[in-house]
Write a protein that binds this ligand. Sequence first.
Ligand code: ASP
Length: 307
Amino acid sequence: MTNNFSIAIHGGAGTILRSTMTPELQAQYETGLEAALDKGYKILEAGGSSLEAVEGAVVILEDFPLFNAGKGAVFNNVGGHEMDASIMFGEGLEAGAVCGVSHIKNPVKLARAIMEHSGHVILCGEGAEQFAKLQNITFEDDAYFYTEQRYKQWQEALKEDKVQLDHSDKKFGTVGAVALDKYGNLAAATSTGGMTNKKFGRVGDSPIPGAGTYANNNTCAVSCTGHGELFIRSVVGYDISCLIEYKGLSLKEACDLVVYDKLVKMGGEGGLIAIDKHGNIEMPFNSEGMYRACRSSNGRYEVKIYP
Ligand code: ASP
């Protein structure tokens, strides 16, 4: 048993302008981040597993209406919600993920149930919701997922679409957590509503093990946020792990190379949180801001939005 444990969480990266951020709103975001961080940290402190900690933290973020996951999920181009989530445990590379579900209160819980009880890694849409019923996962109706802020964002995106055929939507947001527990096990979880006005049926990087979410006890745990298509093509989580495992890079070197160089060259806006097997934490992003927080048993504590 190691004594060292740590957790990092994010609430999405993207265009978070200081000019439109009020002190009240900032305080609300920080409250949400602190609650999730606290939940995960306490689980680790009490000797819980990293898997429990990342799930616990992500559930709090999914229930918090300001973040784009669960309750606060964005609207797709037909005015619905389609959520993606995944979870991965670094001890045996176990993974579970769900894509395109519309009525699951906490998609991360379903991802874990898929990992532990389905015999599969990814379930999508109706099949995933059928499986969720068998697992006694909590459902919510459409009204639960309606938030005024997201509806307005969708209306704006729709308007832009009409005048701008080649529409590139940059409304990001996602939540995630990575943790190292006292037993040396790493875990990662990510949950999202995807991108505002995304095409019906679109799946991003968040539920793809190796892309938006990855955990391997030999290297690190990673949870991403940003322009999902680019993160899938860059296989971001696994790339960082490979740079550590096969090239001997440190966590910081690997994260910097992927986020500030490789992704930037491809136009991949966003960021990630990562923890390595020694408990080091990195939270790099190449966008204007990223809602993020971390805490470790060696005393590091941060809650931040801007660089
Ligand atoms: N990566 C997510 C997706 O493409 C969105 C985000 O992180 O903001 O679905």
